[in-house]
Structures are given as structure tokens and as C-alpha cells.
Design a protein around this ligand. Structure first.
Ligand code: ZN
Length: 275
């Protein structure tokens, strides 16, 4: 079920929203990033890794949204990491007695029974300012930023040319802004795109959290496409963007776009400032 996208880097695409799990081969086992969504998919992934003789030695969640925080018992008990802010956000949710029930409400009802929540969000925050995942394998750089979710990390595996983008730079989903936790979600998003352009512009494989894996030609194209979308959102223009047009991969994305527009308009009314 695994597809090789670069030397020692494999991915698995979930049936849910084209979610990509990423496996990075190290010396004594693998690093598993955003393992997947359905219990049976994660169990099958665990079996494949066992057959390859590659135990999971570390896990990582790119950001604190339920579909990136899951785990399956058969993947084992390796340490699971995220940025300090990501782990703190997950911990806040889980320490609320109603937290898991509220997370369960976010899961589409048709797959809810397939999503195991018992090991959700049990991650260790890496010390703020730690710039690499601590593990015995290719160096994985952490670029923490404020777009999409608190403590979101983009991961750069420079020696393999791979950029693991989390919930950015997707060909299927528009930029989804963090409208809850930030003072200036538009500028945070644009600043992150500039940061990624500088840090990851030379890498030739792009693995988004949802959507298709991009080659070298896609790296700048997707940054430009996301920037154009955020500019359109900022200026309340109609975006000319295939992800919200008639050929959209997901028919619910135009509705998400409309809600983002509405919430931004309400924010600027409230603040009395444009944008
Ligand atoms: Zn997300």
C-alpha cells in the first residue's frame, strides 16, 4: 500500500480526503508523519511496515487537527512528537472532559465508526526552538508557522528533496485560515507562504496533507496558487481557482470558501479596519 516518492520516503493516501501519511526510513526503523485516518488503514500500514522489518521508531503530527493526530495500537509505542504549541493545543482539547466528544463531532458521520480515538493526540511537544525531529534517520527540519492551525509544522527532508507540507499547498483544498487563534490570519498565511518559498523552494517533491503529491514543477506553482487565493480572499474578489470552481475535487470546498469570506468580513466590521 506504500508508494515511494523519494529515496527512503514512502507515502500512503487515505480514502478520507486524500490524506497523506509519510514514512521516512531511518537506521533502525521509520519515522511516521500523520499516520492516517481509518483504523483499518493504519493497521494495514502497521502490517506492511512489520513485513518490511521496519518498526516505527518515532511519530510526528504536523498540526493539532483530529485527522493529523490519530494513531493505532499496532503501530507500537514509539514517541510521538509535534511542536510545543501543537502538543499544548491537543492537550487543552483532551483535558476538557467533553473534549473527545467535541472532536468526535468534527468527524464526518459516515466514517466516525472507522476512526479510533483512543490514542488521539497523545503527543510530546518538542522544546520551542527545536529545529529538527530527534530521531536516528535523515535530518528532518521543522519550520513552525502560524498558518492554518496553532503550532503547524512544515517538515523539510533536505537530503531527500522532500517537503511535507501538512495542510498547505494542496491541489484539492484551498488555504484554510486559522480564524480562531490569530490576530491577522491573512498576513500570517502570506508570511508563511514567503517563509516556505525561501526555505523549501529548491525541494523537488511536495507532499501535502491532503491531495496529490507534486513534483518540482508544482513547488512554486502551488505557492503561487495559494497566494493568489489568499489575496482574493483579502480583497473579497472572486478567486479564479480550480479548487472552488466547477471542477473542484470536493463539492464542499466552495461552501468553506464562502464561510471564510463571511467570517473575515465580520472580523473587519468588528475591528473597523479593512481586511
Ligand atoms: Zn488541518
Amino acid at each position: 500500500m506504500l508508494r515511494q516518492v523519494a529515496e527512503g520516503v514512502l507515502t500512503h493516501e487515505s480514502e478520507f480526503c486524500q490524506s497523506n501519511a509519510v514514512v521516512v526510513q531511518g537506521r533502525a526503523g521509520v519515522l511516521l508523519i500523520d499516520p492516517g485516518v481509518h483504523g483499518y488503514e493504519m493497521a494495514a500500514l502497521a502490517n506492511d511496515l512489520r513485513e518490511l522489518g521496519q518498526p516505527v521508531v518515532a511519530g510526528f503530527s504536523t498540526h493539532p487537527h483530529w485527522d493529523h493526530l490519530l494513531w493505532h495500537a499496532r503501530l507500537g509505542a514509539a514517541p510521538r512528537y509535534g511542536t510545543a504549541r501543537c502538543a499544548a493545543t491537543a492537550r487543552d482539547w483532551l483535558s476538557d472532559p467533553r473534549g473527545k466528544a467535541r472532536i468526535a463531532e468534527l468527524i464526518p458521520p459516515d466514517i466516525a465508526e472507522q476512526v479510533p480515538l483512543d490514542l488521539l493526540g497523545l503527543i510530546t511537544g518538542l522544546p520551542a526552538g527545536m529545529t529538527q525531529i530527534p530521531w536516528d534517520g535523515p535530518q528532518v527540519r521543522i519550520i513552525e508557522h502560524q498558518a492554518h492551525a496553532p503550532g503547524h509544522a512544515a517538515l523539510l527532508i533536505d537530503e531527500r528533496g522532500v517537503h511535507v507540507a501538512g495542510d498547505m499547498l494542496s491541489d484539492a483544498l484551498i488555504p484554510l485560515l486559522d480564524l480562531n487563534d490569530t490576530a491577522d490570519p491573512i498576513e500570517d498565511y502570506l508570511a508563511t507562504l514567503r517563509l516556505l518559498e525561501g526555505a523549501a523552494g529548491d525541494l523537488d517533491v511536495l507532499v501535502p496533507g491532503h491531495g496529490s503529491i507534486g513534483g518540482a514543477d508544482q513547488v512554486h506553482a502551488r505557492i503561487d496558487q495559494d497566494r493568489a487565493y489568499v489575496h482574493a480572499l483579502r480583497d473579497a474578489h472572486v478567486p479564479s481557482d480550480p479548487r472552488v470552481g466547477p471542477s473542484a475535487t470536493y463539492d464542499w470546498v466552495p461552501g468553506v470558501h464562502a464561510r471564510q469570506l463571511q467570517r473575515l468580513a465580520r472580523r473587519s466590521e468588528r475591528d473597523g479596519t479593512p481586511g
